[in-house]
Design a protein. Structure first.
Length: 354
């Protein structure tokens, strides 16, 4: 069995069983101070085989002032990494991921899931890069100043500021992440960007026709740009929302068929520490889903009777289980190594290295 790097293009470092964690409280607004990066979090990440993970920090949704909130979030994560320096390392270059793999630490890539903190000020792109941000997603599900998210009804393309922002992100060698974007915004950004772009966590719309999944055209153009597509462990990979590990495999297989084996990986959108009490979690899930819908940030396919993860592809064994399933589908160790991490690292080499 393969023993290569495991790089999660979008994930979470948190113990969701802690009383005040994001998952335990079903909080609508991301606040990194609510994360619990404790001994179990670190131990589970190591036990899972994780090499590096892109985390979400900064403003995504809510009433906080985006720029100030984002700066505070970066400070919080700098402190978390400093407090766990034997186990975590802030990723600024592809070689930091290689060093993490060599040294048995976990690389932490700083990423945004909404670019509104730019607030029409392109100098902030350079500021965020200087602070260590390496991935910026243009939109969340709703529309913003750059373009439309997947749930925005008008499906506009990039706005004039969005076009300027994509150019500035490329100039700063920050990954342009098109997850959550509307189709026209995504296509515009792919065609405009001077560097390869990514969709760090998505599914394939050809298999499940939901707005959060990407069309074959989007997937193919990302690959042709030299970019990267990460498949998520989310309910959107099955039409009922009751997703299983086999569904994730089907989306990976389809993405490889469309994009080629050099451009597909994983972006789970979840943690490696399992929720221990699923019944208690389920009892509060309906309220959380309703809150997201009322705030206009929910996605089609989010329902109270489904989990925001794949129930049989979670916990410390999730990556090993996926590797087993891919091998059963006839994938070679070399192809599996690419999907589990090498493709993201190669993409990072193309974008982050001048």
């Amino acid at each position: 069995m393969t023993t290569g790097m495991i790089i999660n293009a979008l994930g979470i470092l948190d113990n969701p069983n802690a009383p005040h964690s994001l998952a335990a409280a079903h909080k609508l607004v991301q606040d990194s101070e609510d994360l619990t990066v404790d001994e179990r979090t670190i131990a589970d990440a190591h036990d899972s085989g994780l090499t590096a993970v892109t985390i979400t920090l900064g403003y995504t949704i809510g009433d906080a002032e985006p720029y100030a909130h984002t700066l505070r979030e970066i400070e919080v994560w700098d402190r978390i990494i400093a407090e766990h320096s034997d186990d975590l390392v802030k990723v600024l270059t592809p070689d930091d991921i290689r060093a993490a793999h060599r040294d048995g630490r976990i690389g932490v890539v700083y990423g945004f899931q909404n670019a509104v903190a730019l607030d029409y000020d392109l100098s902030r792109v350079h500021q965020f890069r200087d602070l260590g941000v390496r991935v910026i997603q243009l939109t969340y599900n709703q529309a913003n100043e750059l373009g439309d998210g997947a749930m925005a009804p008008d499906n506009r393309g990039l706005t004039p500021f969005g076009r300027e922002a994509v150019e500035a992100l490329c100039d700063s060698r920050i990954m342009v992440d098109l997850s959550h974007s509307g189709e026209n915004t995504c296509l515009d950004a792919i065609r405009l960007a001077k560097l390869p772009v990514s969709i760090n966590h998505t599914g394939c719309r050809a298999l499940v026709d939901l707005p959060r999944n990407k069309t074959d055209e989007e997937l193919r153009l990302v690959a042709e740009s030299g970019g990267f597509v990460g498949i998520y462990f989310m309910p959107f990979v099955h039409p009922t929302g009751h997703a299983r590990a086999a569904d994730v495999v089907e989306h990976i297989v389809h993405a490889v068929n469309v994009c080629g084996e050099e451009h597909v990986g994983i972006g789970t959108d979840g943690s490696v520490t399992s929720i221990d009490d699923l019944d208690a979690y389920q009892s509060r899930l309906a309220e959380h889903v309703a809150q997201r819908k009322a705030a206009g940030v929910g996605a089609a396919g989010e329902r109270a009777d489904t989990y925001p993860f794949v129930v049989d592809l979670r916990g410390v064994g999730q990556f090993r289980r996926l590797i087993e399933l891919l091998a059963q589908r006839g994938f070679s160790d070399e192809r599996i190594d690419k999907i589990m991490g090498r493709n993201f690292l190669a993409y990072a080499d193309r974008v982050w290295t001048a």
